[in-house]
Design a protein around this ligand. Structure first.
Ligand SMILES: [Zn+2]
Ligand SMILES: [Zn+2]
Length: 545
């Protein structure tokens, strides 16, 4: 009897972000990527979301390695959490290991981890798996996909990719390797679906060079460019354009500074020392001599651009004549926050350029024509679209079918699905939990949907507290005290307040001395009254003493 290979997406299938894939054969598991996702803005107080890796906790001794494709947060961000339960080697390319090291240091993971630097073109073995990283182009240098020879056949995982013939780092994707895999026969292709709804080709990273060039040309004042701290290629482009136009460069934002330092040390980012200035020096120079790189392209209120928009940055103020460039695509759900920040920047006198009005961003992911080329190059027997919401995965699956892969050989699945693969067939095994874990401050997983619902209610309707003093016979000693925040302004709601006091008094009169039960009854009567009067449902709390 031959064993199956199990392919289990724990993240990134059915969503954009927190990518994580498990390959399991017999008693050996390897993991590809361990990323995070940023919460949608209706998930209050949640800092980030990591994949539900409970499946691995029971099987920790079977996990042999973690392979990382590239240094973006949605691929490395959960490593610190994962390495608390797994003591296994992590394989990544040079820039990626540098970024991981910086991240783990910031997260204060004290244990020494076994971080192994690999390069595209290497071949190495982990248990029964033979692993061949191959170069792909993306919006960060040194990205790889993996060819993994398993006992049932060759699996190809693209990581995030685009087929950029003129990438900023001058290193195009390894088409030859993909063709070679195809000659050997690829059992299954797992491919990035992020842009499966975009026709044509994704423009090369270098097309924005022209846009940057003209905006630097035209800007009279300072140019402030916001992008992801991990978009190393974009940072290089801003640097080159600033240099060309005789501007000095200041780097702001903690993650931006860290990544720039690491990428420069490792030689993936070239910024002459003489060009770098700090914010104080930037404030001394004439505006047309200054360019600033900043975090906050997603409208995050605590990042540099967010603070500038609110006038809350300690050493930097937006001034008339500044040009602010948001060089990133809004992560779905962030649009509202971004537009709010754009409006505030405009109020403060800045000109704001973003992808809707100027060519200041291109995607790092393949569009449909590139996806077709990939499938043609690799010619897999089975196909599994990964990295995308269900609509992207579906569209990618359909495209594969148009390219001649039989429908039965394509699996569109979401996190937690268990695909069983042998040389002949692919089938679905029982589902395993494939949800999410919320990370809130330093606590992991102690926030469930119930807590989130409470926070939603708090944000929506505030809270309302009644304090009542009751004597030994269960009679009210004085008028109940009322407190509220975020609900109504009590001073201006005398009728409502009187009604609420009466409701509390009645509930106490009816229910008398019943300890904890009395509290519940007062709370429920009060909640009903407030809802009837205002149509809102604040968190209601009663204190009886
Ligand atoms: Zn990426
Ligand atoms: Zn990604």
């Amino acid at each position: 009897m031959s064993l199956n290979l199990r392919i289990i997406p724990l993240g990134g299938c059915g969503e954009i972000g927190k990518n994580m894939m498990v390959l399991e054969y017999d008693d050996q598991i390897i993991i590809i990527d361990a990323g995070i996702m940023f919460p949608e803005n209706d998930m209050l107080g949640i800092d980030l979301i990591i994949p539900d890796y409970n499946y691995l906790i029971d099987r920790a001794d079977q996990v042999k390695a973690i392979l990382i494709t590239h240094g973006h947060e949605d691929h490395i961000g959960a490593l610190g959490h994962l390495l608390q339960i797994l003591d296994v080697p992590v394989y990544a390319t040079r820039l990626t290991t540098g970024l991981i090291r910086g991240k783990l240091r910031a997260a204060k993971l004290v244990r020494e981890i076994d971080l192994r630097t690999i390069a595209a073109g290497d071949i190495f073995h982990v248990g029964d798996f033979t692993i061949e990283p191959f170069h792909v182009s993306h919006s960060i240098p040194d990205g790889v996909g993996y060819g993994i020879t398993t006992p049932v056949g060759l699996i190809v995982h693209t990581g995030d990719y685009k087929f950029d013939h003129t990438p900023v780092d001058g290193w195009p994707p390894d088409f030859a390797k993909l063709a070679e895999f195809s000659q050997r026969g690829v059992l299954c292709l797992l491919a990035d679906s992020t842009n499966a709804d975009r026709p044509g080709w994704t423009p090369s990273e270098t097309v924005i060079t022209a846009a940057f060039d003209s905006l630097f040309q035209e800007a009279q004042g300072r140019v402030i460019v916001a992008t992801f701290a991990s978009l190393i290629s974009r940072i290089q482009q801003v640097t080159d354009t600033a240099a060309k136009h005789g501007r000095k460069l200041a780097i702001t934002g903690r993650s931006m500074k860290t990544n720039v330092r690491i990428a420069r040390e490792l030689g993936y980012l070239k910024i002459p020392d003489a060009m770098l200035i700090d914010i104080n020096q930037a404030n001394q120079l004439p505006p047309h001599k200054v360019a600033i790189l900043a975090t906050g392209s997603q409208g995050e209120p605590s990042a540099v651009i967010g603070r500038l928009a609110q006038g809350r940055h300690n050493s930097l103020k937006i001034q008339q004549g500044d040009t602010v460039v948001l060089s990133a695509h809004p992560i779905p759900g962030n649009e509202e926050m971004i537009y709010r920040i754009i409006n505030r920047l405009l109020q403060r006198g800045a000109e704001v350029l973003h992808e809707d009005v100027a060519n200041v961003h291109v995607s790092g992911h393949a569009s449909r024509e590139e996806m077709k080329l990939l499938i043609n190059l690799v010619k897999p027997k089975f196909f599994v679209p990964i990295h995308g919401e269900l609509r992207h995965l579906k569209a990618h699956g359909q495209l594969a079918q148009e390219m001649g892969i039989p429908e039965a050989n394509i699996s569109v699945v979401e996190n937690g699905a268990q695909l069983l693969l042998d040389q002949q067939s692919m089938s679905l095994g029982p589902r395993i939990p494939g949800g999410y874990i919320f990370v809130d401050g330093s606590g992991v997983g102690d926030v469930g949907p119930a807590v989130l619902r409470d926070r939603e209610r708090l944000a929506d309707s505030g809270f309302f507290i009644a304090i009542a003093e009751v004597d030994g016979h269960g009679r009210l000693k004085s008028k109940p005290e009322l407190l509220s925040r975020g609900f109504v302004y009590l001073e201006e709601s005398t009728d409502l307040m009187a009604g609420a006091q009466e409701t509390v008094a009645n509930a106490i009169k009816i229910n008398g001395q019943q300890g904890k039960k009395l509290r519940k009854q007062v709370e429920s009567a009060l909640a009903k009254y407030l809802y009837k009067e205002t149509g809102r449902r604040p968190m209601v709390h009663a204190v009886i003493r």
